[in-house]
Design a protein around this ligand. Structure first.
Ligand SMILES: NC(=O)c1ccc[n+]([C@@H]2O[C@H](COP(=O)([O-])OP(=O)(O)OC[C@H]3O[C@@H](n4cnc5c(N)ncnc54)[C@H](OP(=O)(O)O)[C@@H]3O)[C@@H](O)[C@H]2O)c1
Length: 333
């Protein structure tokens, strides 16, 4: 029987939740999971008519239990309308850019607006999608320190390095905690690392470009740096887990493992040898960058298990091929 055909048997039938920025990469998987769990979902999008959101209507259960609501993060009334009557809110919408003009206001004030609307609607819990970028960007941290949920990125460092995405997300997460405290909202935050995996949406999002560029020949070398990765399905599951676990509180780092770019291109070249994957590091002078230590014990304690990064890389590339963003190897010559 298709999921959603018999609502009585679904664990969360009858509960309504809102997902902001529903058409995005992570939010689309979250909406899918919530519908599969039996929730009724209000998904905010800036333009419900835009074909880039059409995939949401194809999801199992969408016809009966998904409503797309037109809302902008900077328009409090539009958020009120979408959130009123919801048991919970997943605030996932955010610009993902280093352009300060586009990033800062929607990230910070948009987040305040979402928490305000959730407080007015007396929502049981808000889950905010922050990022590891609000956690680990601190040049003064000793390499022996294990990065956990008590760490915060250094705002001055983000500013100095013009990392406006991380700066904006720190400001957004801080705003979320402040407004939640002031309004008595139960807030839980997920801090994912770089998210990969199959796309549900028709367009390529920023974190997927991180891999796509190594396959198309767009870059000839790889950087001397490290990055932690997590599968998009795990990020969606983490959101659901912290929403549904009454004892969940505070922040949750969401990561599977960390790789040097050299390891990423090696895995890609083994899995997909037909593509022009770089073999040289752009920095041949300095020693190879070392991973920093981190823990995801807090999320594991809630029962979370992670999909291995190799599978994640494989599924990312397969999805890029299937969606027509990457020519199939035989056609690539
Ligand atoms: N992907 C990652 O590696 C990663 C890692 C850590 C954290 N995150 C966080 O996860 C969240 C989702 O990221 P994603 O990778 O799924 O990005 P995405 O695919 O670009 O989705 C972002 C969504 O936010 C919406 N949005 C942006 N500005 C908005 C505004 N002013 N009003 C209303 N909606 C707005 C976008 O809507 P439009 O389609 O209308 O532009 C889009 O649906 C973000 O908060 C991001 O910071 C992502």
């Amino acid at each position: 029987m298709p999921i959603g055909a018999n609502l009585i048997s679904l664990p969360e039938s009858g509960k309504t939740v809102c997902v902001t920025g529903a058409g995005g990469f992570i939010a689309s998987w979250l909406v899918k999971l919530l519908l599969e769990r039996g929730y009724t979902v209000r998904g905010t999008v800036r333009n419900p008519e835009d074909p880039k959101n059409a995939h949401l209507r194809e999801l199992q259960g969408a016809e009966e239990r998904l409503r797309l609501c037109r809302a902008d993060l900077l328009d409090l009334d539009s958020l009120r309308e979408a959130i009123n009557g919801c048991d919970g809110v997943f605030h996932t919408a955010s610009p993902v850019t280093d352009d300060p003009e586009a990033m800062l206001e929607p990230a910070q004030n948009g987040t305040k607006n979402v928490i305000l609307a959730a407080a007015e609607a007396k929502c049981r819990r808000v889950v905010f999608t922050s990022t590891i970028g609000a956690v680990y960007m601190d040049p003064n941290r000793s390499p022996d320190v294990v990065v956990d949920e008590s760490c915060w990125s250094d705002l001055e460092f983000c500013k100095r390095t013009k990392n406006w995405y991380c700066y904006g997300k720190v400001m957004a997460e801080k705003a979320a905690w402040d407004v939640a405290k002031e309004k008595g909202i139960d807030l839980v935050v997920v801090n994912p690392v770089l998210v990969l995996g199959p796309l549900l949406q028709p367009t390529v999002n920023a974190s997927t470009v991180h891999i796509l560029k190594y396959l198309t020949g767009a870059v000839k070398t790889y950087a001397n740096s490290v990055q932690a990765y997590v599968h998009v399905k795990d990020v969606a599951r983490a959101h659901l887990l912290v929403f549904e676990t009454p004892s969940a509180s505070g922040r949750y780092i969401c990561a599977e493992s960390m790789l040097h770019r050299g390891e990423v291109v090696e895995i890609l070249a083994k899995l997909f040898p037909e593509y022009p994957i770089p073999t040289k590091c752009s920095d041949e002078l300095n020693p190879r960058a070392k991973p920093y230590k981190f823990t995801v014990q807090k999320l594991k304690d809630l029962g979370m298990e992670f999909i291995p990064v190799k599978q994640c890389l494989y599924e990312t590339v397969k999805s890029l091929q299937e969606k027509g963003h990457l020519p199939l190897p035989s056609l690539h010559l």
